[in-house]
Design a protein. Structure first.
Length: 217
């Protein structure tokens, strides 16, 4: 086995000695040195013992306090992060507010399909979709618990896939209330989702209420 002598001049912990206080320099006899290094004056070695949070405020990796430009750069980085956080969510709200108008167009389109203005084929397909919606609503009435849990799971899945959906939906609700087009946008987007093959729960929760773009598939 190798024997490594202990250098008593090194700061920090000394292996093999019990009862010592970490963070102090010790004399050769194991006692705490009562000199400038242990009394709080500037130590003669780089770095300092400091807390996890206070360390970056007072010393860097070399033991040198950060200068003015370091602090300004750190502050600007924090401001940029905050601006990005706010800007991303504000943009989601704006997009959600705008989604009311395409939803209203989808409602007008559904009316045109239902009265045959877009041709007999669209009229026939609209009738089939209306029958499918009626059957799904009947199942929901007969099994309300299952319908409720399925709706909750659909909402959770949508939020998990897009954390900004909350802000998108908030913007949609605010714009829908201000313009009174909210119900039309809800119905239009839900009907367009059913037209494109989505089941009724997804059509209502994801596309009607939340207004997720991209109902086509």
């Amino acid at each position: 086995m190798f024997s490594v002598p202990v250098d008593t001049r090194a700061p920090g912990f000394r292996v093999g000695q019990s009862g010592e206080v970490p963070g102090f320099r010790l004399a050769d006899d194991g006692s705490i040195r009562n000199d400038a290094a242990s009394a709080g004056a500037s130590p003669q070695y780089p770095g300092q013992w400091t807390s996890k949070w206070a360390g970056p405020l007072y010393v860097d990796a070399s033991g040198r306090p950060p200068d003015f430009f370091d602090r300004v750069g750190s502050t600007l980085a924090d401001v940029q992060d905050a601006a990005d956080w706010v800007g991303t969510r504000a943009n989601a709200m704006v997009n959600g507010a705008y989604s009311v108008f395409p939803g209203t167009y989808n409602a007008l389109r559904a009316v045109a399909r239902g009265v045959g203005l877009l041709g007999p084929e669209e009229f026939r397909r609209f009738g089939q979709e209306a029958d499918a919606i009626g059957n799904s609503l009947g199942q929901a009435v007969n099994h309300p618990d299952l319908a409720y849990h399925a709706s909750v799971e659909a909402a959770r899945a949508a939020l998990a896939s897009n954390p900004l959906l909350y802000y998108y939906g908030l913007g949609r609700i605010l714009m829908g209330g201000a313009t009174r087009l909210g119900p039309a946008a809800f119905a239009g987007d839900a009907l367009r989702a059913v037209e494109n093959g989505h089941d009724l729960i997804d059509a209502i929760v994801k596309y009607g209420v939340s207004g997720i773009p991209g109902g086509d598939r």
